[in-house]
Design a protein around this ligand. Structure first.
Ligand SMILES: *[C@@H]1O[C@H](CO)[C@@H](O)[C@H](O)[C@H]1NC(C)=O
Ligand SMILES: *[C@@H]1O[C@H](CO)[C@@H](O)[C@H](O)[C@H]1NC(C)=O
Length: 329
């Protein structure tokens, strides 16, 4: 073999090694992608046309914020003194939902509350704090049942439903302890037996494939039959049937539905030095860590953390906050 050829061989071996090592833990890349993306489900009388639940809003006084909002602000380079915190009291829920926004967010509180209010209460009750921050384009991610919205996602019901679905995956359809159904062999086998997934993003992780199918299921429950869509979804029948059966009770809007659970409140913490100097934080302990999950198997926990990091990275890229990295180091 010429030295040149053997070099080529080495290079191609090296590439094979690293491409393989980089393969995401999700549906096979060789599967068909049924749609370009799912945004079209919002439009023309789609998910955006779902009526939102009536609500009232009460803003917190300057000085203190829930720990979760404080943490989200830190991740998003928002000075906590710039946070506005709202208790949103939806008419179908016994407990208020806390939504916080940085003052430079392109979304007004009613934009955010409308979007969240379009999610049927039996699903909405599985998410906890919601934060909204500035970015050039709309994207969102979830972690520990909190949803972080980047950019202007007004009238993007599919984005909200996708994020809520991550909480349903861990809490509402499987063991009910945070372990994700989408990580089970059953789900991987179900996907593997079909020939397509909803779109390219569904291939990034198993949890994303499940959440994208959940968005299609929400359309099926509340807008129109998924089986009548132009061109059909026969190539993903197994996934659709499974998720429709899992989510019918939680993601279908029913007038009479009311919440039957809520997450415990986070501690209230001080915004920072300015709030302290104005005497607004007396008697408040500054707590910096909160135990949000019961102990899970370390392997399961690692999977969840990888999912959460991957979602945040993806959302940062999609919202235009960071340039998409084509190749991982
Ligand atoms: C949206 O919903 C309203 C009320 O249910 C209905 O009157 C309207 O026709 C719908 N819009 C579209 C584009 O389907
Ligand atoms: C929410 O609003 C209802 C009226 O719709 C009211 O009875 C209830 O006390 C409010 N809850 C909170 C926590 O403000």
């Amino acid at each position: 073999m010429s030295p040149f050829l053997s070099d080529l061989l080495l290079i191609s071996l090296a590439l094979t090694c690293c491409v393989l090592a980089d393969l995401p833990d999700g549906p096979s890349d060789s599967m068909d992608e049924r749609f370009d993306n799912l945004h079209w489900l919002d439009l023309n009388g789609g998910l955006n046309n779902l009526s939102y639940q009536a609500y009232t809003v009460a803003q917190w006084a300057f000085g203190t914020v829930p720990q979760a909002c404080f943490d989200m602000a830190g991740d998003r380079q928002c000075d906590p003194h710039e946070l506005e915190v709202f208790d949103v009291n939806y008419s179908d829920a016994k407990y208020t939902k806390v939504i916080c926004r940085c003052t430079d967010s392109p979304m007004q509180i009613w934009d955010i509350a409308d979007d969240i209010g379009r999610v049927p209460v039996k699903a909405r009750q599985w998410i906890n704090y919601v934060g909204s921050f500035n970015a050039p384009d709309c994207s969102a991610y979830s972690g520990a049942n909190h949803i972080t919205i980047l950019g202007n996602c007004a009238e993007r019901a599919s984005v909200t439903i996708h994020e809520v679905a991550h909480s349903l995956d861990g809490w509402a359809v499987y063991k009910g302890n945070g372990a994700q159904y989408s990580a089970t062999r059953e789900w991987k086998r179900t996907v593997g037996k079909d020939t397509c997934v909803p779109d390219n993003y569904a291939k990034s992780r198993w949890s994303e494939s499940w959440a994208q199918v959940a968005v299609l299921a929400a359309y099926h429950f509340n807008v129109g039959s998924i089986w009548d869509l132009d061109g059909g979804v026969e190539c993903m029948r197994g996934q659709m049937e499974k998720v429709i059966q899992q989510l019918e009770g939680v993601l279908t809007f029913r007038e009479a539905d009311r919440c039957d659970r809520h997450w415990p409140e986070d501690p209230t913490v001080c915004m920072g030095d300015r709030a302290i100097s104005e005497g607004l934080c007396e008697g408040l302990e500054v707590i910096t860590t909160v135990e949000r999950y019961p102990a899970l198997d370390p392997e399961v926990q690692r999977g969840i953390e990888e999912d959460e990091n991957s979602r945040m990275r993806h959302a940062e890229e999609e919202s235009g906050l960071v340039v998409a990295r084509k190749f991982k180091a």
